[in-house]
Design a protein around this ligand. Structure first.
Ligand SMILES: C[S@@+](CC[C@H](N)C(=O)[O-])C[C@H]1O[C@@H](n2cnc3c(N)ncnc32)[C@H](O)[C@@H]1O
Length: 138
């Protein structure tokens, strides 16, 4: 039997697939503790290595001829704010977080701690649009 390609599916099947896909993901993340080990699927021990890799990448990025600005960053799928805390706050004046799991987002306040550079915390997943004021992103 020939493989069924996503492009072959009708609109209703695609909608059901998307709904169950994001629903299953949300269910999975709600079963995970709001910790570094939780958001890294039990691989919390790689956190420092992961941050170091991203740090090197960002440093290279800012050395480009037309580098991005340092004004504002959006941490998408932020979890408890691990990337914001250990990486983005070092480079950007303001960091906003988007996370679909409300408990993770709440925990990010404790995990990151008080910091005037943390901007908006958006609790939103794929199916909810967030409003980002014009001009806020560079
Ligand atoms: C592997 S964890 C990584 C968390 C964080 N970025 C980190 O590296 O520590 C992925 C995160 O993305 C969130 N997530 C997954 N799909 C999302 C979506 N469509 N919108 C917003 N958040 C999402 C999950 O709830 C989870 O917290």
């Amino acid at each position: 039997m020939a493989d069924v390609q996503p492009t072959d599916l009708n609109a209703e099947t695609k909608r059901k697939y998307r709904t169950s896909f994001y629903g299953n993901a949300a269910e999975y993340w709600s079963s995970v503790p709001a910790t570094v080990d939780g958001v890294l699927g039990g691989f919390g021990f790689i956190s420092q290595t992961d941050i170091q890799g991203s740090l090197s990448f960002l440093k290279q990025l800012f050395k480009l001829q037309n580098p991005p600005g340092h004004g504002r960053a959006l941490d998408c799928g932020a979890g408890i704010g691990r990337i914001t805390k250990h990486l983005l706050l070092r480079f950007f004046d303001k960091v906003d977080l988007v996370e679909q799991n409300a408990l993770f987002l709440e925990e990010s306040k404790n995990f990151i701690g008080k910091c005037h550079k943390v901007g908006n915390l958006y609790c939103a997943g794929k199916r909810k649009q967030i409003y980002i004021p014009k001009g806020i992103l560079q």
